[in-house]
Design a protein. Structure first.
Length: 470
């Protein structure tokens, strides 16, 4: 394609016939968005191709002009993908950069591309296309993490760990049950993401600056060409809506709550005080000073990066809360926030999956801990209830017994005859043998509880839901 080397008309905010002088350089740098919206170029080109094609179909521009515009746009995309294009500040944003490069390629006909279109509906379209693409990729990454957790639940089946409330040992559970709790949490995240993808699948193109356009355009045709299933119902809403970005950031925040909790548990469990798991060397770091250290840095950063995601949600909520209809430049603050969260999640999800897949569960260490932390106390009280002791009295008796045992460094297997007679009557010593962790786990047989047969059933359901039967 022959290139035109004349200077393209400056349609940016930097210089416009409406104004008597050029935009202040510092002001241009302050307002320009091309430093961060450059990643939208493939989506901007895709939307522009659909728009130019529609303009020709509706007789608004000639077919020959549309063909030259489309070929030029494809050349721009090829050069972008090859790393041959660089953003130019004087064109201020990705949209004007595309149009400027198109002018250099095909000359003044490039100016036809913006017929019946505003940057307001253009940028909204780019973000819809970008977010739909990124949402589908993130969904795949989330599905992989869920699959890793299910495989962990399979491989660790039979390991009994202390379950905690208030970070105090409460009742024993299967480790597989614990992993499946995260599968359930991430499953809800997956559902929310899928529902959001349905809402983001919407085209604003054709709304123009805010009120539509007097040209006989066909917004439904461009939506279909772009693979978007529906149109906005209101042109004002089409250009001013950022709900789909706020909802994405809210979804990402909830996801990061779940991943942060998981990261926190792995940090605790990998400490010498717990010792339940050992992180693979590939997901650990050392200390610059202390040679013995093996730090769970990956888990810590999974936990820590939740803060930046939460902050971006609050930031965009604050930007949007005071804006009257329709478009305002404040709205370009959405991109850096959303792009950073997208990049953060693309980093967190794969590394969390790798960390979980490679960690080692220290079964022997866990066995030395479980059952020696009075986590059988509830079941001991239940044994008394089964023999006719009111629950509140049973609760009181067992609490008194735990206090005495703890003070003397003993466990339930070292109850004295006097304590048995005074606090546990009418139980016999052989009843205490029923307090083994495996027996306590097996006794909890509700459909969502931790008994082995119920966890096996939950595993089967999870594998079926996520396509892991093989």
């Amino acid at each position: 394609m022959a290139e035109h080397h004349s200077t393209p008309p400056d349609v940016s905010r930097a210089r416009n016939p409406r104004f008597q002088k050029a935009m202040d350089r510092a002001s241009l740098a302050f307002t320009a968005s091309v430093g961060f919206d450059w990643r939208l170029l493939p989506y901007d080109v895709k939307g522009s191709i659909a728009h130019a094609t529609m303009l020709a179909q509706r007789g608004i521009i000639s077919q020959a002009a549309a063909e030259r515009i489309v070929e030029g746009l494809k050349t721009i995309l090829r050069r972008y993908e090859a790393g041959e294009l660089t953003p130019r500040l004087e064109w201020e944003d990705v949209h004007m950069n595309v149009e400027g490069h198109l002018f250099e390629l095909i000359g003044p006909e490039a100016g036809m591309l913006h017929t019946a279109r505003s940057r307001n509906d253009q940028v909204a379209l780019d973000m819809h296309l970008y977010m739909k693409d990124q949402g589908q990729q993130l969904r795949q990454e989330l599905e992989h993490l869920i699959a890793v957790l299910i495989r962990r639940a399979e491989s660790d089946f039979g390991v009994v760990i202390p379950g905690y409330t208030h970070l105090q040992a409460a009742q024993p559970v299967l480790l597989s049950h614990h992993w499946l709790a995260y599968v359930a949490m991430l499953g809800r995240d997956h559902e929310r993401l899928s529902q959001w993808l349905e809402r983001v699948d919407c085209s604003p193109l054709g709304a123009g600056a805010l009120a539509g356009t007097p040209y006989p355009t066909d917004p439904a045709a461009t939506a279909e060409a772009l693979g978007l299933s529906k149109l906005y119902e209101n042109s004002l809403d089409a250009v001013s809506d950022r709900d789909f970005l706020l909802e994405f950031l809210a979804w990402a925040s909830i996801l990061m709550v779940h991943l942060s909790r998981l990261g926190e548990e792995l940090v605790l469990w990998s400490s010498q005080e717990f010792g339940y798991v050992t992180m693979d060397d590939g997901y650990s770091t050392g200390s610059s000073m202390m040679p013995q250290k093996k730090n769970p840095d990956v888990a810590e950063l999974v936990r820590g990066k939740s803060g930046r995601v939460f902050g971006h949600l609050l930031g965009l909520l604050t930007v949007m809360k005071g804006l009257p209809l329709a478009y305002h430049s404040d709205m370009q603050e959405d991109k850096e926030a959303v792009f950073d969260v997208v990049d953060t999640l693309h980093g967190v999800l794969p590394v969390a999956a790798g960390m979980l897949a490679t960690l080692r569960v220290n079964g022997e260490r866990i066995r030395t801990r479980v059952g020696r932390d009075f986590s059988a106390a509830t079941d001991l009280a239940d044994l008394l209830v089964a023999r006719g002791v009111p629950f509140r009295e049973a609760h009181h008796r067992v609490g008194q017994l735990v206090g005495q045992l703890e003070a003397s460094g003993r466990g339930f297997d070292q109850v004295s005859d006097r304590e048995l007679a005074e606090l546990l009557a009418p139980l016999q010593r052989e009843d205490l043998a029923r307090l083994k962790p495996e027996a306590l786990v097996a006794a909890r047989t509700q459909s969502f509880a931790t008994a082995p047969e119920q966890v096996q059933a939950a595993l089967r359901r999870a594998k079926a839901r996520w396509g892991l039967e093989g």
